[in-house]
Design a protein. Structure first.
Length: 271
């Protein structure tokens, strides 16, 4: 069994070990995040022969903000190297269709592994450590299943089982912050929250699109599923923020003064 760690290679995209699956398998629609429509299973015209993106250095300028923020959590190399043993979707249409079907499933499983691994590493989550470890092992094993098993998998069932564990881990991780407020699922789009004290806040599923969070205190805030597109995190402190992902950070704005959890890198487009 592969050891999985939230900062390890297995949950971090390694495009050198993938065959450009995110540029092939997934669809996108012309919008503020994508410059044009693309169907699932159709290679992006910017995908080059060596599986590199031809406009990677200027994705945002070319209208592909969605691509610049996308993270497969390491699913791409898992599908390429493990599920399909290094095969190339260009060599066989049937393999290409199968890889395109498996990749979204694998990504959802790896996303669950990201959250579970983080929760299991929280000292405060000791009361649910055994349950978290059991769930981790079960999902790890699924990521090594055959393509047929993965395509037929009902990932929603596992999300429903994982959800309560993450909720409990989040509660335990924020328990030492007295008076922390709950804004779970709140519509805070465009809200002016400059310097706001949101330490330990429950912001799960909150809509923070274009919110002004400059210099806000978001230490230990639970941000699972929060929409941070275009949120301004300049100077904000997200040290110890719970369940924050690279995609969320990549969709937001920030600067050199923004403090992130150690497991997350600063996006290249931040000032």
């Amino acid at each position: 069994m592969v050891h999985v760690d939230s900062g390890s290679r297995e949950l971090r995209a390694d495009c050198t070990r993938c065959v450009g699956l995110c540029c092939v398998a997934l669809p996108f629609t012309a919008s503020a995040d994508f410059a044009f429509d693309k169907e699932a299973g159709v290679p992006c015209p910017h995908l080059e022969a060596d599986f590199r993106c031809g406009i990677h250095a200027r994705l945002r300028e070319e209208g592909f903000r969605g691509c610049s923020a996308f993270d497969c959590f390491g699913a791409g190399q898992q599908v390429t190297q493990a599920t399909f043993e290094g095969r190339d979707w260009r060599d066989d249409p049937d393999v290409g269709r199968a890889m395109s079907a498996v990749f979204p499933v694998m990504r959802r499983l790896h996303e669950l592994l990201w959250y579970l691994t983080e929760a299991a590493a929280l000292p405060e989550a000791a009361p649910v450590a055994d349950d978290l470890s059991h769930m981790l092992r079960e999902i790890e094993e699924l990521t090594h299943a055959s393509a047929d098993v993965l395509v037929a998998l009902d990932v929603a069932t596992y999300r429903r089982r994982v959800g309560p564990l993450l909720a409990r881990a989040g509660e335990l991780g924020r328990a030492d912050v007295p008076g922390a407020e709950s804004r779970r699922g709140a519509d805070l789009a465009g809200a002016r929250l400059v310097g706001a004290d949101l330490r330990g806040a429950d912001l799960r599923g909150a809509y923070l699109i274009a919110a002004d969070l400059r210099a806000a205190d978001l230490r230990q805030a639970d941000l699972l599923g929060a929409d941070l597109r275009d949120a301004d995190l300049s100077g904000a402190d997200l040290t110890g923020a719970l369940f924050l992902t690279r995609s969320q950070v990549g969709a937001a704005k920030g600067d050199a003064a923004t403090r992130l959890p150690q497991r997350l890198d600063r996006p290249a487009h931040w000032r």
